[in-house]
Design a binder for this molecule. Structure first.
Ligand code: FE
Ligand code: CA
Length: 529
């Protein structure tokens, strides 16, 4: 019995029309389906919470034996896996007695048997528990929640800021630790998978070569998603997600990769990677395959946590200008010096449209705190040398005019309770953001917190000590430990705790607090807590 109302179905149909990867179902459920191996090996997830909804996710992993013997009994020849009907249930209690909503979704091989359930019209600020069933298989139970109502006088938001989880370079003990914390959501700012390997830092190994095709990206995600601690972290609460470069390929910028592949070849790869990303994450909207750029995907978003905080999640890869002064033989990021191109005013990290959208949103926001999540580091890591200052051309140091525009937009706000949250650089950073980085006479307009990586190896201490001594703004910069950051937002203070363990993270290790910083309302710039 479906207790979803007709109006809810209509709304869902509209949402589904916007999300071409999800199909509503009219077929009867295949209750007879018998599985030799549970297809729910990748766990469950939920994400992108709104005040009235959230997205539930799973992906069926159909074992070869089930494929061969036609566990999917509906198929005439007994060997075709498609389509598969998956049921979902949403409960108001952890004992799973108070059923709030249920339904079914048909999925098939064209979407990697991924399942997205976009739920709307739910009460705000509530916890929910959910699970999926397919034939005689039942998934793990996930817990999720809706965001508070826009006008709710929320007194607290506790989130985990995380990024960069190279599977080969450590164990996901940060996720084990995260799963045990009391948190509203996980904010993952990019590098969920890595396409590449570094043989010098192998704790465990990727299956298969560097992915280039949709099927290969699916396999890479499936390997990551089989990790039990990553599954626990997803099942414990909703995630809010952004990507960085490694979800496609290291250092890509817009339609260009680090090998200078032809645009056509690279965009085909990017399309595969974006589709695989959507298939594995709890997102409202998938890639637009009709776009002229071949599978563009609107990922940037904003979420509100009552009157306490607005959170922007940005896309720093899809629309950016190419890195300035690249090596003509080897593309991608590098450290540059005396590069006039850096200062070209038109250069953008976010693209014109996203930049305008962010500016409008920041100006319109009435929330106590404005949190800007982006995938890399805004404060400078340039090094002073006798010949001039270096600039790492992949982070915001490579887009100084775009950085100045963003910081000026913040400086012009009547209230400057802005905290930027980042990742990518595999180090913990706390820094004041000044209009002119490193110039101590320039006003502090915002506060930056960058989280270290879950597992990915960081910079050497030799280089980092040069960076520190060249940048007085870096209150804290440590690349030697792995972990994540708890960001605790209250009306009068944002407190951040860097939770870490030495590199590489091993199964027997545990996390402790490396350092804590706070930002007081009305006083931009982090201070030790
Ligand atoms: Fe990374
Ligand atoms: Ca990155």
């Amino acid at each position: 019995m479906l207790n979803t109302t007709r109006r809810q179905w209509q709304r869902q149909a509209i949402a589904l029309a916007l999300a071409p990867w999800c199909l509503p179902i009219a077929q009867p459920q295949d209750v007879a389906r018998h599985w030799k191996t549970s297809p729910f090996a990748l766990g469950v997830a939920s994400g992108s919470p709104r005040a009235d909804g959230v997205v539930l996710w799973t992906r069926l992993l159909i074992d070869e034996a089930d494929r061969r013997t036609g566990a999917n009994s509906g198929a005439a020849n007994g060997s075709v896996a498609d389509p598969v009907t998956v049921r979902w249930e949403l409960f108001a209690d952890d004992a799973m007695r108070q059923l709030v909503r249920q339904g079914q979704v048909v999925t098939d091989a064209t979407r990697g048997h991924s399942v997205h359930v976009p739920l709307r019209d739910l009460p705000a600020g509530r916890d929910y528990w959910y699970r999926f069933t397919c034939g005689d298989a039942t998934s793990a139970v996930g817990r999720t929640r809706t965001a508070p109502a826009a006008d709710a006088p929320v007194q607290r938001l506790r989130l985990a800021l995380a990024s960069c989880q190279h599977f080969e370079q450590g164990q996901y003990i940060a996720h084990r630790d995260m799963a045990e914390q009391s948190l509203d959501f996980v904010l993952f700012v990019g590098d969920y998978i890595y396409e590449s390997s570094n043989p010098r830092f192998l704790v465990r190994q990727h299956e298969g070569p560097e992915p280039m095709t949709l099927e290969a990206y699916r396999q890479r995600y499936a390997q990551y998603k089989r990790d039990p601690w990553l599954q626990a972290s997803h099942a414990a609460r909703p995630w809010v997600l952004m990507w960085d470069d490694h979800e496609v390929v290291n250092d890509y910028a817009n339609d260009r990769d680090n090998r200078y592949s032809s645009r056509e070849v690279f965009l085909a790869r990017r399309a595969a990677a974006y589709q695989a990303y959507f298939e594995h994450q709890p997102l409202w909207i998938g890639p637009d395959l009709t776009s002229p750029a071949r599978a563009s995907m609107r990922l940037y978003d904003r979420l509100s946590w009552g009157t306490l905080a607005d959170v922007w999640t940005l896309d720093c890869r899809q629309y950016r200008d190419y890195q300035a002064c690249p090596d003509p033989l080897k593309g991608g990021a590098r450290t540059v010096m005396n590069c006039a191109e850096l200062d070209e005013p038109a250069r953008s990290m976010l693209g014109r449209e996203q930049e305008a959208w962010l500016g409008e949103g920041l100006r319109a926001s009435r929330a106590r705190w404005r949190l800007i999540a982006q995938s890399t580091q805004i404060s400078s890591t340039s090094i002073a040398t006798p010949l001039g200052r270096t600039a790492f051309n992949d982070a915001w140091d490579g887009y100084p005019q775009a950085r100045l525009r963003l910081l000026q937009t913040i400086a012009d706000l009547p209230e400057r309770n802005v905290v930027t949250l980042g990742g990518d650089v595999h180090m913990n950073v706390a820094a004041p953001l000044r209009l002119r980085p490193g110039d101590l006479s320039s006003p502090v307009v915002a506060s930056e917190l960058v989280t270290t990586s879950i597992t990915s190896r960081g910079l050497s201490e030799n280089i980092l000590s040069l960076i520190r001594s060249s940048n007085p703004d870096l209150l804290h910069a440590r690349s030697d430990e792995r972990g994540y950051t708890v960001v605790d937002v209250r009306p009068d203070v944002v407190r951040a705790e860097f939770r870490t363990t030495p590199h590489p993270a091993g199964t027997q290790d545990s996390l402790s607090v490396q350092a804590a910083f706070q930002v007081l309302a009305g006083r931009p710039g982090p201070v030790p807590a």
